[in-house]
Design a protein around this ligand. Structure first.
Ligand code: AMP
Length: 112
């Protein structure tokens, strides 16, 4: 989608700091990090959110990438939080499915 920020990052039209890339997914640093490690993983194909009709194998590969990217970022063993905000009440601001990987410090007990 041409008006989607993450599609523009995937296309290389908006710069990003890449952490990982393959044919199907891209991981890049969040521009406004909430913690020392704050990386986003996105499918290259545009889905608005988890509410879309996403094939289970795509979701499976996406979430299998999480510990790998966590390893790349050095938080695999120390721990990290994954977040996939969906819709208005969750304050989803970019309507392209993405998983946040947040870590590198002791996080608050609850995220609400
Ligand atoms: P969400 O609120 O779950 O939709 O998260 C969207 C995330 O995308 C936020 O944490 C933003 O800081 C991040 N973000 C927005 N624009 C960019 C960008 N150009 N490069 C990297 N991260 C971005």
């Amino acid at each position: 989608m041409s008006d989607c920020i993450f599609c523009q990052i995937i296309a290389g039209d908006i710069p990003s700091t890449k952490v990982y890339e393959d044919d199907e997914f891209l991981a890049f640093e969040d521009v406004s990090p909430e913690a020392p490690v704050h990386t986003l993983i996105v499918p290259k194909k545009h889905y608005h959110s988890l509410n879309d009709d996403i094939p289970a194998d795509v979701l499976g590969r996406l979430y299998k990438l999480v510990p790998y990217v966590a390893e790349l970022k050095g938080v695999h063993d120390s721990g990290y939080r994954t977040v996939a905000n969906t819709g208005d009440d969750a304050n989803q601001t970019v309507h392209h499915l993405h998983v946040h990987i947040i870590g590198g410090k002791q996080l608050s007990e609850h995220s609400s």
